[in-house]
Design a protein around this ligand. Structure first.
Ligand SMILES: [Zn+2]
Length: 196
């Protein structure tokens, strides 16, 4: 083998190793390339393409926490964003929720069981006569939006937060307000509605 051929083979081997290394270390390759071009001596890791998605994949718990912090800081923005997304994609979101319930029957049942247990544990009872009297007293409208829609019992202090089923804790609410209220107290829900 001539000297030239040996050198050529060496160079070919070098290239093979180099490209393999680049494939295996895309970040470092990016950093080195950028440094060579003299763009900057220091490179923020966060500017490397795909840095955040890789970090998020490796740290799902931190990612969720960081997203929750961001959401808490940008409440108004997120509410508008969520509402717009729901309007845009209502049918698909409803179908996805139904699918989730089908796939998570055990979890749903546990939730229902916990709720029933809480209702018993929190104490308090009311009769249907008391319920009907309360609806009549409040004019057969939802206490939150004032609309005359089909009404269901809402716990002012939610069951999940120790609210009793005594009639003093029960108010008529429409389905939409009831599900929007979630685990907020009536006061919290109304304050948030007013702020929005
Ligand atoms: Zn309502």
């Amino acid at each position: 083998m001539t000297y030239e051929m040996t050198q050529l083979r060496k160079y070919a081997n070098h290239l093979v190793r180099l490209y393999a290394w680049r494939m295996a270390h895309p970040w470092l390759a990016y950093v080195r390339r950028t440094r060579r071009r003299g763009r900057s001596r220091r490179i923020a890791w966060t500017s490397v393409p795909g840095y955040y998605s890789r970090w998020a994949q490796a740290h799902p718990v931190s990612r969720r926490a960081s997203y929750a912090r961001w959401r808490a800081k940008n409440k108004e923005r997120m509410r508008a964003y969520d509402a717009a997304r729901y309007r845009r994609d209502r049918d698909r979101i409803i179908a996805a929720n139904a699918e989730w319930h089908r796939k998570n029957r055990a979890r749903v049942r546990l939730r229902q069981a916990t709720r029933i247990q809480n209702i018993r544990g929190n104490g308090g009872r009311h009769t249907s006569a008391e319920w009907l009297a309360k609806c009549a007293l409040l004019g057969h409208v939802c206490v939150y939006c004032g609309e005359a829609r089909p009404l269901a019992r809402d716990h002012k202090i939610p069951v999940a937060r120790g609210g009793s089923s005594d009639i003093t804790n029960i108010v008529p609410a429409c389905g939409s307000c009831n599900s929007a209220k979630k685990h907020q107290t009536a006061a919290e829900f109304l304050a948030r509605r007013r702020a929005a």
